[in-house]
Design a protein around this ligand. Structure first.
Ligand code: ZN
Length: 220
């Protein structure tokens, strides 16, 4: 098989990366998933990602990157820190894990290379409510160039959700025929409640507002 027919999906078990997994399954012949464990609050997201990968019949791999949680104080890995509900002015909420997507993409590229895979898929979106810098299109292009130079490779980083709102991401899941899987089997909530979540953390608010918007539009 040609290497450009295969893809590695960074998969956390959440709405976005699960939608990306099924997007990849439509686009590439061979797909594998990589879940990165970094001491995040909801450690069960690894188990959820594994279950989704198993149900989708794709290889699952988990890589430990616990060092990420030791390098900075953020509320996703420091369970004693009270999570910011809103984005502070001129700053990022403490759910921002500095450097996370650069770590993730680097680990993904090294693993992709070892499997002869050129395509890497990450579910970042510039429409993300906090405007995390490592979710922006400019960063992804820069990281792609850097990883290619670092390993003398021709990786292509795909970001199918980059310009989509949360409602549009729900629409994409529906188009891909996996609306119920995304709605019922994923974990997006910062408090570790699967499916519809706790309902009041920023991740739940974003997910549920997007779902309502989509359902109203689609009149489902
Ligand atoms: Zn929640």
């Amino acid at each position: 098989m040609e290497t450009n027919q295969s893809a590695l999906v960074l998969h956390s078990g959440g709405q976005d990366s699960t939608t990306c997994l099924f997007w990849a399954l439509k686009k590439f012949k061979e797909v594998r998933t990589l879940c990165i464990s970094y001491g995040q609050r909801h450690a069960q997201e690894v188990a959820i990602a594994q279950k989704i990968a198993k149900n989708a019949d794709v290889p699952f791999q988990v890589s430990d990157a616990g060092i990420i949680s030791l390098l900075s104080d953020n509320s996703l890995t420091n369970h004693n820190l009270v999570m910011d509900r809103e984005k502070p002015e001129n700053s990022y909420p403490n759910t921002f894990v500095p450097g996370r997507n650069l770590f993730f993409l680097t680990i993904a590229a090294v693993i992709a290379r070892s499997h002869g895979i050129k395509n890497i898929i990450i579910g970042v979106s510039q429409a993300d409510y906090s405007g995390y810098p490592d979710c922006r299109d400019t960063f992804i292009h820069s990281a792609n160039t850097t990883l290619n130079l670092a390993m003398d490779e021709q990786f292509i980083i795909h970001t199918p959700l980059m310009w989509l709102s949360k409602a549009e991401t729900w629409a994409l899941a529906d188009e891909l025929g996996v609306f119920d899987i995304v709605k019922n089997d994923t974990l997006t909530c910062y408090n570790g409640v699967a499916a519809e979540g706790c309902g009041h953390c920023p991740a739940c608010k974003l997910r549920n507002d997007g779902l309502m918007e989509y359902l109203n539009k689609a009149k489902k």
